[in-house]
Design a protein around this ligand. Sequence first.
Ligand SMILES: [Zn+2]
Length: 247
Amino acid sequence: MNDEQLLRYSRHILLPQIGIEGQARLLAARALVIGAGGLGSPVALYLASAGVGAITLCDNEDVTNLQRQIVHRTASVGRKKVDSARDTLAAINPEVKVEALAERVDGKRLETLAASHDVVIDGSDNFATRHAVNRACVKLKKPLVSGAAVRFDGQVAVFDLRTPGSACYACLFPEAGESEDVRCAVMGVFAPLTGIVGSIQAAEALKLLAGAGETLAGRLLLLDALTMQVRTIRLAKDPACPVCGKS
Ligand SMILES: [Zn+2]
């Protein structure tokens, strides 16, 4: 680490749980962020400011919802979200290598991308993408930091199949289940809720990458922003889960 890096990351280096070693791990790490909207914005901002070496952003939509998508600026309306986000991240921390993929990733493409990253952070807004991301992470045993925010309700979980007996996203929300797709676009979402949930996702991803503390693996964090109550419930693996049942 050079002097500039030691200065920039000094407040992380001062933390004994991170230190020089943990910061060096962050600088060498690669994070895949699915979605550059309400959740992906704070995730990407914190990963970049914390010095995660390479960040790949995937989102095929244009910038519209500035109410909660804080990585974008008014001048970016109409541009691809990933291009707008890449410019903001470059202004915050030019050291970070940001790859902007303006595509809706699925299946094999997701597997290829997940294979070349250390952690996957899902900030997508629909069950089809969440399940596709989960399948790729289960198959490749990549830690997945999952988040959701709609109306005033937020959820965060970490699924880390590197630990035997861990649940996956599909153990919690079966693919064949009656999962109603309550999208922010239709249902409304309290702006800072996406910031809170996305920031928790960023914290979990940074802990996973730096090797600090204990993650939410095996637990689901539920947040009600209307009463500001937070609780966590334990997650059990479903032995009959068609996605992770045999792993
Ligand atoms: Zn499962």
